[in-house]
Design a protein around this ligand. Structure first.
Ligand code: GCO
Ligand code: MN
Ligand code: MN
Length: 389
């Protein structure tokens, strides 16, 4: 019997900031006592996660002394060794400190831009020290409340300049990191530049080392914008740019909720899992979410286990979908090719153009055909609700 328990090959990861969230929100203080990075590693080991990711300051507080830093690193390393957890990804906190109140790489103040580069290079060194292979960039403060304040074009140029610089740093040091850019439309800024995965993909093509840079799409961020997350992920995948993924859930049109994966839009989560499994995505599946503010640390474990369990149950549903004779028969029918037309598609030639222009295509007859998508969708619902075994 499938127990839906995580295995290392599932590559389920959590950020220190996710299970470590103390439940602070804009209206209230913490509801859980903070845990140290090492304690969080043991918690993640207990629930069966594969890896743990961090921002520089999740691990080392921004004002830590060298002695404190050394002690934290020692305890963290010991916890990793004892649990077998790995650190596949690291990132920089370029949003928490007041210095970043008007952005980091896009700040109008050159001192802030220099500090952002300095902090990122140090954070890259820290991530590499713990084995990170993917380095995420999320520009939470790279935006505006008033567009009187900054040039949107200069902001793009400044972001490009910073990333080009850091790609060279990565090369210079021989780190071999892959950079993954994470888009979000708003929150904490009123509006954030490069607001969707699609914007990011367009931007990456303008960099000096586009091959080094991909994306880290997040469910909640595209749902906040009312978009179909799986479509964005598919575009990134098809472009060879799906380097990492942030899984959670989110109701559109609300504050940034970071809900347990699959807890809001089960159907969207199903299509996402099915996509990732069908194409054979082999990167980390990172849960960038946190437990409800109602929970104690037992509830945090319930949250973390739930994220992974839902993924594994949906993975099984995806396999069932692919093996279901009735579903597959409809798919075969609606995807049937016409051998006579196949020769006319693809690369342009003047002969093909003439042949296509001369085709006798009866648009009224073609449009009369029903496509059975209602039946197909209901079969999908039946399958998800466990009515097709
Ligand atoms: C958010 C973001 C962040 C980033 C993290 C790693 O909405 O706050 O999703 O959690 O993923 O900073 O880059
Ligand atoms: Mn987020
Ligand atoms: Mn995220």
């Amino acid at each position: 019997m499938n127990t839906y328990l995580p295995k290392p090959e599932d590559k389920f990861t959590f950020g220190l900031w996710t299970v470590g969230s103390t439940g602070r929100d804009p209206f209230g203080g913490p509801v859980r006592d903070p845990k140290t990075p090492a304690e969080l590693v043991y918690l993640l080991g207990e629930v069966g996660a594969y890896g743990v990711n961090f921002h520089d300051n999740d691990l080392i507080p921004i004002d830590a002394t060298p002695a404190e830093e050394a002690a934290i690193k020692r305890d963290f390393r010991k916890a990793l060794d004892e649990t077998g957890l790995v650190v596949p990804m690291a990132t920089t906190n370029l949003f928490g400190d007041p210095v970043f109140k008007d952005g980091a790489f896009t700040s109008n103040d050159p001192k802030v831009r220099a500090y952002a580069l300095q902090k990122t290079m140090r954070a890259i060194d820290l991530g590499v020290e713990f084995g990170a292979k993917i380095y995420v960039f999320w520009g939470g403060r790279e935006g505006t409340e008033t567009d009187s304040s900054k040039s949107a074009v200069d902001s793009i140029k400044r972001t490009r300049e910073a990333l080009n610089f850091l790609c060279e740093y990565n090369l210079d040091k021989g780190y071999g990191l892959k950079f993954a850019l994470e888009a979000k439309p708003n929150e904490p800024r009123g509006d954030i530049y490069n607001s969707t995965t699609g914007h990011m993909l367009g931007f990456i093509a303008t960099l000096d080392h586009p091959e080094m840079v991909g994306v880290n799409p997040e469910v909640a961020h595209e749902h906040m914008a009312g978009l179909n997350f799986m479509h964005g992920v598919a575009q990134a995948w098809e472009a060879g740019k799906l380097f990492h993924i942030d899984l959670n859930d989110q109701y559109p049109g609300r504050y940034d909720q970071d809900l347990r994966f699959g807890s809001r839009d089960l159907k969207a989560a199903f299509y996402l899992v099915k996509f990732l499994e069908d194409v054979g995505y082999s990167g980390s599946k990172h849960y960038d979410a946190h437990a409800y503010r109602t929970e104690d640390y037992e509830g945090v474990k319930d949250f973390a286990r739930g994220c992974m369990r839902t993924y594994l149950m949906l993975k099984e549903k995806a396999a069932q979908f692919n093996a279901d004779p009735e579903i597959q028969a409809i798919l075969a029918e609606i995807n049937a090719e016409d051998p006579a037309l196949a020769a006319l598609f693809g690369r342009y030639s003047p002969e093909k153009a003439d042949a296509i222009k001369a085709l006798d295509l009866d648009r009224i007859a073609i449009a009369k055909r029903g496509l059975k998508y209602e039946r197909l969708d209901q079969l999908t619902i039946d399958l998800l609700l466990g009515m097709r075994s």
